[in-house]
Design a protein around this ligand. Sequence first.
Ligand code: GLP
Length: 249
Amino acid sequence: MKIIVRPLDQIAALVADDVQALLASKPDAVLGMTTGTTPLTTGIFQELICREAQGQLSFASTAFINPDEQIGIGPDHEQSYYQYMKRHMLDELRTQPKEWHIPIGTAADPIAECEAIEAAIARLGGVDWQLLGIGINGHICFIEPAPSLPAKCFVTPIAEVNRELYAKDYGSLADVPTHAITYGWGTVLAARELCLVACGQHKADIVARALTGNVTPELPATIVQIHPNATIILDPEAASKLDMELLRS
Ligand code: GLP
């Protein structure tokens, strides 16, 4: 696990450099995307869009894959991760990726939808690079804290702490979906490279616990500690409660 601490305004370039280097050596890489506020507040998506516009990188041969979606929220719903990805990334690109996979929240059979994501990943030869955020309860993708976790994509209840957080986007708590489709813990572990990004003081506690605590499904982000190729990129606020010894190692 490599931990990098940088001012917020340097994080996007760092992540984009990583993606650009990967695409230079593997133009048909499989890129795992993420939603949430982090890709926007850091400017990661904007930086990737700029570099694509300037011809520094191309997604034309790549496949994008998104790890999660809220159940009951269709691709046309403005709160869907489908719309988020279109709005903040895909509609801004000059050339679309060759493929894009995202679970459909209104699929008649959500379990089959989970299997379809796993099948797409297998057919593509695995995820090369997976961008991750971290929720305030330590979730990654929608893998919520639990006594045990499925390895493969699964249907999960959304933790109440997160539903309460999303209530402002939906207008009321009652309208926030209760379940989601998400990568499994093993799906995350199987990605060849993880890039977990966190920023802000509100992430400081959970980042410290995720990176230094015991690896446990009760804090799903701890899995980055045992991934063979995980880079954690933090701004100084998100890193502020980390043990400095760990930062030096
Ligand atoms: C969201 C998504 C995750 C995301 C995480 C952190 O709800 N399901 O994929 O990474 O929570 O979000 P944020 O970056 O807004 O803190």
